[in-house]
Design a protein. Structure first.
Length: 348
């Protein structure tokens, strides 16, 4: 669900606005580390002095999302001057700059070892494990269970908001900018403003995903927020379907769940090594990247609409809607038909 939120944001930017961005991992890191620094108290860890503002965790989460959005808005001038591959390369630089800062800004990030993440406390409800957890149908309702339901609610809100944006006037304007900027400007669309807004909104979605990632992992580590993470998110929106909220969610589920499924059932699959085993074969993570890499190419070649497009076409075919079939002409209204009734009134 965290991946779904981040993928929805990237789909708004790349799928609808047509701006290729490889910096999504950078904005995810901003959300994760921003929340950690804003909510953590100053402390000492392994001889390193860690700073923090000690804000209430709810305000820290909002501040981290806002920080990612502000940084995305600051990148808007770059997005306004560049497009396509040039914009992708420019945003790629943010990933390497971010990695350097995460390793070097040790008082804020904790360096290579990262730092612990304070648990979220929302209106007195603490999203962490307790000594005597509440039992719900015999299942302990611990910290991860609480985060699961919180993430589910946030996915629903994020999808609803993004669907409203894409189906409304802003979405039509973004699609026009993506298809032809000159035509969009001639129609009165403020191109620079919409491109900047798309970048800022996408960054805020990534910041929210980063906050949830930090809460789930309970520790932020720089190695996770690298180029591979940005490529994972790009694969999510292409495999799922560009420019659609449902496609982003489907692609996120495919890419993020595949390694877990291969790890769970790797011993029953050929060419996949059993986790922790010494036999030959690909590790589950490597096999997952190979599979969705092949799926990425297959979607580009044979199914440009991705999983969402395939599901839509299958749904229409199964329903057999009347307007999808050609209408049968009425011979009595065909004036070239010799069998037309003679009593038909002729036009004046």
């Amino acid at each position: 669900m965290t991946a779904a939120i981040g993928a929805i944001g990237l789909n708004v930017l790349t799928g609808s606005a047509g701006q290729l961005s490889l910096a999504h991992a950078f904005f995810l890191a901003l959300g994760a580390y921003g929340y950690t620094w804003l909510s953590a108290e100053p402390s000492e860890s392994a001889g390193l002095h860690l700073s923090g503002l000690g804000l209430p965790t709810a305000f820290a989460a909002i501040g981290a999302v806002a920080l990612a959005g502000l940084m995305g808005g600051a990148c808007a001038p770059i997005a306004g001057r560049l497009k396509g591959t040039s914009l992708g390369i420019a945003t790629l630089a943010l990933v390497f700059v971010g990695q350097h800062l995460l390793y070097r800004a040790e008082p804020v990030t904790g360096g290579v070892n990262g730092r612990a993440v304070p648990p979220l406390d929302l209106l007195g409800f603490r999203f962490t494990d307790t000594p005597d957890p509440l039992l719900v149908f015999g299942v302990p309702f611990g910290g991860l269970e609480r985060l699961w339901y919180l993430s589910l609610a946030l996915v629903a809100v994020a999808a609803w908001f993004a669907r409203g944006v894409l189906n409304g006037r802003p979405g039509r304007a973004l699609n026009t900018v993506r298809d032809n900027e000159i035509a969009a400007g001639a129609l009165g669309v403020p191109v620079a403003r919409y491109r900047a807004a798309a970048f800022a909104l996408s960054s805020m979605y990534a910041g929210l995903a980063g906050v949830l990632l930090a809460l789930v992992f309970q520790r932020t580590v720089p190695d996770y927020f690298g180029l591979a993470l940005s490529l994972d998110y790009l694969a999510m929106i292409v495999i799922g379907g560009l420019g659609t909220v449902g496609g982003a969610v489907a692609g996120a589920a495919f890419v993020s769940l595949l390694p877990a499924l291969l790890t769970r059932f790797g011993d029953a699959l050929p060419m996949v090594a059993e986790p922790g085993g010494d036999g030959g074969g690909l590790a589950p993570a490597e096999a997952a990247r190979l599979i969705y890499g092949v799926a990425f190419v297959a979607v580009l070649l044979f199914a440009p609409g991705g999983l969402h497009g395939l599901a839509t076409r299958r749904h229409r075919a199964s329903r057999g809607r009347p307007h999808d079939r050609p209408a049968t002409p009425d011979p009595s209204h065909d004036r070239t038909n010799p069998n037309r009734p003679e009593s038909e009134e002729q036009p004046a």
